[in-house]
Design a protein around this ligand. Structure first.
Ligand code: CMC
Length: 431
């Protein structure tokens, strides 16, 4: 950590403190407040962590004002155009783009771990058929710690590596099986001669009764969706994984915690909520009604797929996703898709509206992804599980980085207590 020449001076009451500052390789300087409580007997207050850097990281950088997203320094639009998901996984996990040999070795390792322990099938069968696939994923991924005991020792670098590969490799199988179970079709085993995205599509859409040939256009689109969602620095689910891991919990338990957090509509659940919203709007003439609701302080409705904590210009992932939606629908011969028309018109109207301009609200990654997934044949309930498949590598990379950080301490925020102070217990008859 590079100590900056600058320090921050803080004074309150009779106390004067000089706090160290650090300069990052990109982004704003940070003030080190770790000794603040010991030296000044005060806490900082930052619910929602809008001004708090919770860790050191070298994986992903976002410049929200420029609309820039870098993985290990490489811009997301270049990775989406020139790379592919497993190569991006390698980059996130190990810090550099792989050589051809390294990539072949990595792809081989991931491919060899795509199957699930056979007994896990029984575990799936314990769920109700109408369970949301995210509920199934939280349960099944958490249960991996009961099936893969030989990769839960976080102190052993080899076990950490095996757990990482297992999670990246098995997540598509878990998501596909959650889907198959919900539609009452037999589970489809992975095929190791297929690439990551094609294998996932086949496990979702093939049935034993007939051959299924993966359309390379869909496979490429799926791979791009995975790439665009791979990591996003210290977002809510990643921070959840880091917090869970800070106690020394095993990797499968930590990733299950991340999946649970991702599910919420303010985070990964927004893709499902967004497509449902676009369908509810139905036709462009109803857009003003929904825009008015989004602006109404007394209405909890928000434009789903709009706004971001960090991006205050545009979300570079949304730009690629929009182009991809056009491309996929075109290639699939889906003309005049009404949902895409509503989405484009809604985006246009919102971006011209002073409310959204002033608050710097732009379409995010979830605005167009659902349209592509819908065109591919996925039900809306599968949108967030697909996000979880893609984000697993981000969670794992951040988890690995944290585990090997010598500064690691259990995450333990403090609070601004507003409750009752000490009072004596009152017997029930006297209350
Ligand atoms: N529609 C209408 N108003 C909005 C929206 C929206 N989608 N998003 C933010 N605002 C308003 C909000 O009401 C607030 O207004 P005011 O200052 O007058 O109270 C202002 O903008 C700031 O909002 P905030 O909730 O304080 O901002 P945040 O940084 O805490 O929340 C967010 C970010 C993404 C949760 C939020 O923009 C939102 O709820 N968006 C819709 C859900 C969504 O698309 N989520 C996906 C995010 S990207 C992928 C991912 O992370 O998984």
């Amino acid at each position: 950590m590079a100590q900056s020449d600058k320090t921050a001076k803080l004074s309150f009451g009779d106390t004067e403190l000089e706090l160290p500052m650090y300069s990052p390789s990109a982004g704003p300087d940070v003030i080190d407040i770790r000794k603040l409580y010991a030296q000044g007997n005060v806490f900082t207050y930052d619910p929602g962590f809008t001004s708090t850097a919770s860790c050191d990281s070298t994986i992903t950088f976002i410049d929200g004002d420029k609309g820039e997203l870098l993985h290990r320094g490489y811009p997301i639009d270049q990775l989406a155009a020139k790379s592919h998901f497993l190569e991006v996984c390698y980059l996130l996990l190990y810090g550099e783009l792989p050589t051809a040999e390294q990539l072949e070795d990595f792809e081989g390792r991931v491919t060899n771990h795509t199957m699930l322990h056979e007994q896990m099938m029984n575990f799936f069968r314990g769920f109700r058929r109408d369970a949301h696939p995210m509920a199934v994923m939280v349960g099944v991924v958490g249960a991996m710690s009961a099936f893969y005991h030989d990769s839960t020792d976080i102190g052993d670098p080899w076990q950490r590596e095996v757990a990482s590969i297992r999670l990246i490799a098995k997540m598509p199988t878990i998501a596909a099986w959650a889907y198959k179970y919900s539609v009452g079709q037999p589970f489809v085993y992975p095929r190791n001669d297929l690439d990551y995205a094609s294998n996932f599509l086949r496990m979702c859409f093939s049935v034993p009764a007939e051959d299924y040939v993966v359309d390379p256009i869909l496979s490429r689109a799926m791979d791009r969706i995975f790439t665009l969602h791979a990591d996003h620095e210290q977002n809510a689910s990643t921070s959840t994984v880091r917090l869970a891991s800070s106690s020394g919990a095993n990797p499968f338990a930590c990733i299950a915690a991340g999946i649970a957090c991702l599910w919420g509509p303010a985070h990964g659940g927004a893709n499902q909520a967004c497509l449902e919203m676009l369908r509810e709007i139905g036709t462009p003439d109803r857009i003003p009604e929904f825009i008015a609701r989004a602006k109404d302080k007394n209405d909890p409705f928000r434009l789903m797929g709009f706004g971001h904590r960090v991006y205050k210009n545009f979300d570079p992932r949304a730009k690629v996703m929009k182009e991809s939606a056009d491309e996929v629908l075109d290639l699939l011969g889906i003309e005049n898709n009404p949902t895409l028309q509503v989405a484009k018109e809604l985006e246009r109207v919102a971006l011209e509206d002073p409310y959204f301009a002033e608050k710097k609200l732009y379409p995010n990654v979830d605005f167009y992804s659902g349209i592509i997934l819908d065109a591919m044949g996925f039900p809306t309930s599968m949108f967030t599980p697909i996000f979880a498949v893609a984000r697993t590598v981000g969670w794992i990379s951040q988890w690995k980085e944290q585990i090997s950080d010598p500064q690691l301490r259990i995450g333990r925020p403090r609070q601004l207590y507003q409750g009752a102070t000490t009072r004596d217990y009152v017997d029930v008859e006297n209350r």
